[in-house]
Design a protein around this ligand. Structure first.
Ligand SMILES: Cc1cc2nc3c(=O)[nH]c(=O)nc-3n(C[C@H](O)[C@H](O)[C@H](O)COP(=O)(O)OP(=O)(O)OC[C@H]3O[C@@H](n4cnc5c(N)ncnc54)[C@H](O)[C@@H]3O)c2cc1C
Length: 688
């Protein structure tokens, strides 16, 4: 190679060599062809670590903050997966570098069986020990940490396990009583039964109250007769139903002596021990999906099947042998809400899992951006590293900031959930709804940007980011559609506002205490130091939230005054509702991160946390029209914010590698693109 050649000249020479090779009559064997190319490639790969400064802070400390809990257990379960052939280890990129990922070339049936074999292996390695039977917050946090890591390997694996433990298992545990616990909890933990959770129907998803499956009580036989009365009542999307599940939770309307008591949950067996579908149960596949093909989603029809009276999950309500209906909760709305409680754990898990996936995408894209060059600024100058382009920094680094703040929020949510008391139910529902929606939406935005930041390489399945987009898209829909969840957040805030006004009591909880004080004042002129101060950032977010809550309430009351129903009035005010739910969530995320930041002693890590936090806030202002629309900031101020975004990006650029290194994701779970991507694509490695 002639070192005097310009980059363009080098490329032309490489193309000429390539064309010359293409002119050979028959392709030579790979090893021989590789030898023809010569030992030195046109470009050489330099690992990001070789050119970047040493981290200004210990990445292990940031990891401890972001992972929040059970770091050793996470590392252990990552190793369990790396060590097993079932997780498809592949050597790529020379040396001993090995990557693990499912084989997406497999058809859906093969993917489903591979998922099940992995589940069996994890069970045998003791990963699920205590998941349903060990009490206490510590055990619950451990379980959540392990499932997050399993999801980094494959979404299907996490969902297959999640449906079994978090939906079926949680329903038995939290809606059932001793007789159900004795019969099914340990059996579930040991996989003696395989559970699924049949709530959704073809005709009703988000609107669970509208489901049409009917369970009629037969007091003579002391049994419930469960029936699918019409096609729209078929259970749809039920994870595990198509191939493997032996039992299901069936959500259905409970009819007693002609009276509908509303939606209740029952246990029904759907397959025998040999996997045969039981009589009067019909099961069909949901077919190939855009992702998650390692999960056997199915449809179920019940043809007047009979289950014993004891199979009603009766913590909340029961039917006595004589057919008398009894419930510890009188209010039907509250009773219905109690039946949806098993979904909360799944929602928490989905939120935190989506953050981990964003971290994988960002770790790959940032590492690639620190090793990939494109174009030179001068005719003979070196090509520029992607991450040295300010535009590339603007694309990736705000996402890095967001994922760090969202990690803190996820940890807060988990720790709140595992210490729950009945009084905390409302807050947990609101936080988990807001965070599930926001974090999963953000994950999709992050993956798309990371995919594009990797150019064409982002589309290769082995580089993970592209396939993740299809695999994780469903997170915005299942276990609560994101739009519907955000509506519930704004409705709940509206109810809080009305209650505080009516009772003439100060706001308490949900971080709304700021509404009890005077309205914050935003300085006219925003300097860099003001923009980075936590006081300004919280003041601005609180100002927006309190104003939107007031505006939303006023808008709803105008509709009410015009004679509209409460539901209709809330529906018509949806624009303000959306802005309010977003304002609440962003303020919550900032507040949680600030609490974490305060616990970090002064030093380099704290300085980086300040950069991350400030970039999170500046970008959220830059990207949201609401600050200008409602006049919280002047035109001059938003211009200052935009300039600050640029400055923060260029400062954070120096810490980008250290931040992604602190995500704690083992190299094997990233992709060849994050390492020596030239070697990984050498002719000698063949096609992949
Ligand atoms: C891969 C996969 C796995 C699943 N696994 C399971 C499972 O194991 N068990 C189970 O029971 N279910 C499962 N589901 C079902 C899932 O929970 C539902 O798809 C989800 O609840 C949404 O319901 P839906 O699809 O009927 O959409 P709909 O509720 O019909 O929503 C369609 C659209 O209408 C909008 N919309 C709905 N209501 C309103 C409103 N009030 N105001 C404004 N807009 C509204 C929504 O935002 C959405 O965009 C799974 C789904 C998928 C795709």
């Amino acid at each position: 190679m002639d070192p005097a050649l310009s980059p363009a000249g080098r490329r032309a020479a490489a193309i000429a060599r390539h064309l010359a090779a293409g002119a050979l009559p028959a392709p030579p064997p790979l090893a021989a062809a590789a030898a023809l190319l010569g030992p030195s490639p046109c470009l050489s790969y330099a690992p990001p670590e070789s050119a970047e400064n040493a981290p200004a802070f210990p990445p292990t400390e940031l990891r401890a903050l972001l992972d929040g809990h059970h770091l050793m257990e996470r590392d252990w379960v990552f190793r369990v997966m790396e060590e097993s052939q079932l997780f498809c280890p592949r050597q790529r990129g020379g040396g001993s570098r090995v990557f693990v990922a499912p084989d997406y070339n497999d058809g859906k049936e093969a993917q489903r069986e591979a998922t099940m074999r992995r589940v069996a292996h994890l069970a045998q390695r003791g990963v699920f020990r205590g998941w349903l039977t060990e009490p206490g917050a510590e055990a619950e946090l451990r379980k959540l940490a392990l499932l997050e890591c399993l999801g980094v390997y494959d979404h299907s694996l996490a969902i297959k396990i999640g449906v079994h433990f978090f939906l079926w298992g949680s329903a038995i545990k939290f809606l059932g009583t001793k007789r159900h616990h004795d019969k099914w909890l340990l059996a579930t933990e040991n996989y003696d039964v395989k559970g699924c959770f049949a709530m959704t129907e073809l005709g009703h998803g988000s609107n669970v109250r509208g489901i049409e499956t009917i369970a009629t009580y037969d007091s003579k036989a002391r049994e419930f007769i469960i029936n699918t009365p019409c096609e729209s009542a078929q259970k749809y999307w039920i994870g595990g139903a198509a191939n493997h599940a032996t039992h299901t939770i069936v959500f259905s309307q409970l009819h007693i002596n002609g009276k509908n008591e509303g939606v209740h949950a029952f246990v029904a067996q759907i397959r025998d021990e040999d996997g045969n579908v039981l009589p009067n149960i019909h099961i069909a596949d949901c077919g190939h999906k855009i992702g998650l093909n390692g999960v056997d989603n199915g449809r179920i029809w019940f043809q007047n099947i009979r289950v014993p009276r004891e199979n009603l999950l009766n913590l909340v309500a029961d039917v006595l042998p004589n057919g008398q209906y009894v419930s510890v909760i009188d209010d039907p709305d509250q009773r219905f809400a109690a039946f949806l409680s098993p979904l909360t754990l799944g929602r928490v898990n989905i939120a935190v899992n989506s953050v981990y996936i964003s971290k994988v995408g960002l770790a790959i894209a940032v590492r690639y951006g620190l090793s990939r060059r494109a174009f030179s600024l001068t005719p003979d100058g070196p090509e520029m590293l992607l991450l040295d382009y300010p535009s590339h920094q603007r694309r990736l680094l705000p996402l890095l900031a967001k994922v760090c703040l969202m990690s803190s929020a996820g940890n807060f949510m988990k720790k709140m959930y595992v210490k729950r008391t009945p009084e905390m139910s409302k807050a947990i529902h609101i936080y988990s709804s807001a965070l599930k929606a926001t974090l999963t939406w953000q994950n999709m935005i992050t993956l798309q940007e990371c995919r594009e930041a990797c150019g064409g390489q982002g589309l290769k399945t082995e580089n993970r980011i592209g396939i993740f987009k299809a695999e994780f898209d469903v997170q915005s829909t299942f276990e609560g559609d994101n739009n519907v969840l955000m509506q519930q957040v704004s409705k709940a805030l509206y109810a809080e506002f009305l209650a505080a006004q009516k009772k003439k009591k100060p706001f308490k909880g949900l971080g709304l205490e700021h509404l009890n004080g005077p309205s914050p004042v935003i300085p006219d002129k925003l300097t860099s130091s003001i923009l980075r101060s936590s006081k300004f950032q919280m003041d601005l977010y609180c100002l927006r939230e309190r104003d939107l809550l007031k505006q939303f309430t006023e808008d709803v009351s105008i509709h009410l005054a015009q004679g509209k129903s409460r539901e209709k009035a809330l529906m018509l005010s949806y624009q303000l509702a959306e802005d309010l739910a977003r304002a609440f969530t962003e303020r919550t995320i900032l507040q949680i991160f600030l609490a974490d930041e305060m616990n970090v002693p002064s030093g380099s890590l704290k300085e980086v946390l300040l950069l991350l936090r400030s970039l999170y806030v500046m970008v959220s202002i830059d990207e949201s029209a609401s600050f200008l629309r409602y006049g919280y900031l002047s035109l001059d101020n938003v211009v200052s914010v935009r300039k600050e975004v640029l400055k923060l990006c260029s400062e954070l650029r120096h810490h980008a590698l250290a931040v992604v290194s602190s995500f704690g994701i083992p190299d094997a779970f990233l992709s060849p693109l994050a390492f020596d991507w030239i070697e990984a694509n050498a002719l000698s490695t063949g096609s992949h």
